[in-house]
Ligand binder design. Structure first.
Ligand SMILES: [Zn+2]
Length: 324
C-alpha cells in the first residue's frame, strides 16, 4: 500500500518535472489590441446650436449606456455649475450611471495667463467641491491642455503642486479637436448656411478614428507598444450627436472602449509628470514622442484647424475649392 502510494508520488513528481513550466505571467496585451477610454471636458458646457442642454445630457447618457460604455470620465469646471441650467443635475445623472468626475479647474483658465499660485487656487477651489462626490477621481485636466508651454518654471511649479495634493495629470493621448466641428457647424447655422448633417457626422467620425490610429501608431513607434489611450471629447452638441457612430466606428476598426480607471492605470501615465520638451501643451503621446526625438508630424493633421475648416467647408457646406 505504502509502496504503491510512493510509486504514485514519484510518477507524479516525474511528470511534473517533464511538464513545461507555465508561461511567465505578464500584463502585456496581445499584439494588435487597442484600447481607449472616453473623456468629456467642460462639464457643464454652454448651450449649443443643435440641442437643448437637458436633451444633450440625456442623449449622452443613453448613448454611453446603449454602447456598453461602463465608465467615462467627466472633467468639471465647478465654478460654472451654478450659472448653467441643470448643470449640477446633469453631473449627478452622469455619476449615477457609473461615470467618474474629475478636476478641470473652477473657471477654465489657461496656465499661461496665471501665476502658479493663482492656478493652484483654481485647482483647489474645484477639488474642494469635487471630493464630496462618490464618483470623484484625483485627476486634473489642464484647460486647453496648456501645461505652461515654454515656461518651464511654471510647468514644474504646477506639477509639484499637483503631487503635493495627491492629484495626477488627467492627460489625453488622442485629440481630434471635437469642439471645432461643433463650433464650425454652429457658426454655419447662425450664418444661415445649409449644414449637411450626414456629411458632418462622417467627417467627425472619420477624423476621430484617424486621430486614434495616428496617435496609436506614434505611441508604438515611441515606446514599442500600444498604451491604453484616453480620447479628449467635450459635452458638445456635435460630439453627442455623433458619439454612437464614433463608438461603433472605433469598435469596427478593432478598438475596445475601456474605463478611464483602466486607462490611467497604464504605466504610460508616468510620463505625464516627467516629460521634458520645449513646450508643454497637447497630447501626452505627442510630448513623449517629441522628448524622444521622433520625427514630425507628432500630431494629427486635422488638429491644424485650417485643415479641419477646409474639410468642413468642402464636405459639410458643399463649397467648391477654388483653383488657382
Ligand atoms: Zn476644457
Amino acid at each position: 500500500m505504502l509502496a504503491r502510494l510512493l510509486l504514485v508520488l514519484i510518477t507524479a513528481m516525474a511528470l511534473a518535472a517533464c511538464m513545461p513550466s507555465p508561461a511567465p505571467v505578464t500584463d502585456a496585451e496581445p499584439v494588435g489590441e487597442r484600447r481607449i477610454a472616453l473623456t468629456f471636458d467642460d462639464i457643464p458646457r454652454h448651450q449649443g446650436a443643435f440641442l437643448d442642454t437637458d436633451e444633450r445630457a440625456e442623449m449622452l447618457r443613453t448613448t454611453l449606456r446603449e454602447a456598453g460604455v461602463e465608465q467615462a470620465a467627466f472633467f468639471v469646471n465647478t465654478g460654472k455649475l451654478q450659472e448653467r441650467a441643470n448643470g449640477l443635475g446633469h453631473l449627478l445623472a452622469y455619476m449615477a450611471d457609473g461615470h467618474v468626475m474629475a478636476n478641470h479647474a473652477a473657471t477654465h483658465p489657461s496656465l499661461s495667463d496665471l501665476s502658479v499660485e493663482e492656478y493652484l487656487a483654481e485647482i483647489d477651489a474645484a477639488e474642494e467641491w469635487l471630493v464630496q462626490l462618490e464618483g470623484h477621481r484625483p485627476w486634473f485636466r489642464y484647460p486647453f491642455l496648456d501645461e505652461g508651454r515654454a515656461d518651464i518654471a511654471k510647468r514644474d511649479g504646477v506639477r509639484a503642486g499637483l503631487a503635493a495634493r495627491g492629484l495626477t495629470n488627467g492627460y489625453v493621448t488622442v485629440d481630434a479637436s471635437d469642439w471645432f466641428y461643433d463650433q464650425a457647424a454652429s457658426t454655419a447655422r447662425s450664418e444661415g448656411r445649409d449644414v449637411d448633417m450626414e456629411a458632418l457626422g462622417e467627417l467627425f467620425v472619420e477624423s476621430h478614428v484617424e486621430a486614434a490610429n495616428f496617435f496609436d501608431d506614434l505611441a508604438v513607434r515611441t515606446i514599442g507598444r500600444s498604451p491604453a489611450h484616453v480620447m479628449l471629447l467635450h459635452e458638445a452638441d456635435v460630439t453627442v450627436l455623433f458619439l454612437a457612430d464614433l463608438i461603433h466606428a472605433l469598435e469596427a476598426d478593432g478598438w475596445s472602449i475601456i474605463t478611464a480607471d483602466e486607462a490611467y492605470a497604464d504605466p504610460f501615465a508616468a510620463f505625464a509628470a516627467t516629460y521634458d520638451t520645449p513646450s508643454a501643451q497637447g497630447t501626452l503621446t505627442e510630448q513623449v514622442a517629441w522628448e524622444r526625438d521622433l520625427p514630425a508630424p507628432r500630431w494629427y493633421s486635422r488638429n491644424a484647424l485650417s485643415e479641419a475648416q477646409a474639410e468642413f467647408d468642402r464636405r459639410v457646406l458643399g463649397q467648391i475649392e477654388e483653383e488657382d
